[in-house]
Each structure stands twice: as structure tokens, then as C-alpha cells.
Design a protein around this ligand. Sequence first.
Ligand SMILES: [Fe+2]
Length: 288
Amino acid sequence: MDRRVFRDSAKAVLAEAYPCRSCKLAHALAGEPLLTLGALAELAAVLPADSIEYNPGALPIGIAPEDIPASGLGVVETIRNIRESGSWVVLKRIEQSGAYAALLERILGELAEVVTPRTGEMMRREGFIFISSPDAVTPFHFDPEHNILLQLTGTKTMTIFPADDEAISPPGVHEAFHMGEHHRNLQWREPFAERGTAFAIGPGEAIHVPVKSPHWVRVGPDPSISLSITWRSRWSYAEADARAFNRALRKFGLTPRSPRPFPARNLGKALAWRALSRARTALRSKSD
Ligand SMILES: [Fe+2]
């Protein structure tokens, strides 16, 4: 039996787009037993608390005070009641569970022949699962990882914006994000809307989301389960470190040029930042 998640045609589409452009891909992961609501409730029960983020949902308007649960719904109940609970759940770094680590490695392994020649070894491989009630919205934000989002159940629409549009994500925001001073959420302004591309996906479809491409998501009329497979690369790390170095230059009153898009490696600034960070660490440990 052919267990491949991505066929050659999907890999050819990704090869055209990766790493800079978003695109839609076909996948064959629908029906995967590890990605049913029941299996995910079991996964949530064993993941450490700091690997789970969830909103237990609004209580019914007419609930009697004595019926209000002491601490709201737990994450397992929230997942089991996802159709009604007006909630969203993110299970982070699913590779902490052996079966999910194997699943992640299997899928990423299929993509290595596309990714490695372009951005090198796939580093820091991590998987995230999003379980959402109907109509849930994920606010406008960007992420530092290479990402492919595979839709398993229900539908969602992700609207993606170019990573290099500095009117949408100004250099100062990138720099503050990499210094841990800015949340990944971005400020939304209505004129941005026409610059985005909306990708509607259902089971059997996936989206490639480039590093730092701003996006927001709306779930369709049914509960949604999606798997996000992510990795970093020497190129994405260099972009991040070049941003951090620009932050240091700005503190000296300079106006540095933004990192250049792929295939530029931005290694000069990245190496300068790493040297500066090492020097700071050495100075700090001397004064301890
Ligand atoms: Fe995201």
C-alpha cells in the first residue's frame, strides 16, 4: 500500500514555491488514526501543560451559578466537545509523544528532497495540532518557522500576505519579535485586506506558509483539525539573527537595511550577531 502523504505532483508544486511563496498542496493524510478527536484527547492528556494552549469557550448565557464548573472545562473535555464549546486548542511539539514523533518524521522525510537542496538540512522539526470549533478565528500574526499546514477534518481559510511587505510587518516589528519584545500577533489595518491571498482548504489539502508571512485564519462551519509540520533552516536562523543584529545597529542610531530575501543568506549580519551574543554572554559570566 502506498502510504506516502505527498505525491510527486504535490512535491513538484512545493518545489516551485519553496521557500518564498505560499501554495496549496494535495496530501493523503486524511483518515490518519492518530489525528481523530479521540486520539487527540488522549494525546492532550499526556502532553505537559506548557505544551497545551486552549480557550475552554464561553459558558452558556443562561447557566445557573451552581452549574458553573469550578475551573471550567479541562482540555480533554474541550476537545471532546469541540463542536459545541466555541473553543480552540493547540497541542504543541507533538513529537514529545513517540507515535507522533514517528508521524512527523515520516512526513518531513518525504519533503527532504525538495527542502534540503534549497535551504539545507531541516532543523528543529516540530509539529503542532490545531483543534477548533466552527467559525473560530486565529488573529493576524507571523511565525518564524517553515510551515506546511495539513487539513484533516472540516475546512478553514487562511489569508496569507507577503513576508517582505514592510507596510504590513515593519522592520522594527521583526526585530522586536526576535528579541522577545514583541508578540507574534501583528497590528491589522483594513487596507491590508486586498494584499492578501485567501487559501480555502479542506481534508486532503495543505498550505505552504513561508517563514514570517503574515496570516490569519477562519474556520468553516464544522469543527476543524489541522496538523502543522514545521522546521527551521540555516537560512531562517540567519534571517532571524540578521534582524537581531539590525536591532543592535538601530540602538546606535543607524538605519540598517532589512535582510535580503532568499536566496541571499544574510550571513554577514547573522555571524556578527552571534559573535556579539557570545561576547555579551562571556562578559556576563565574568561579572557573576
Ligand atoms: Fe500561524
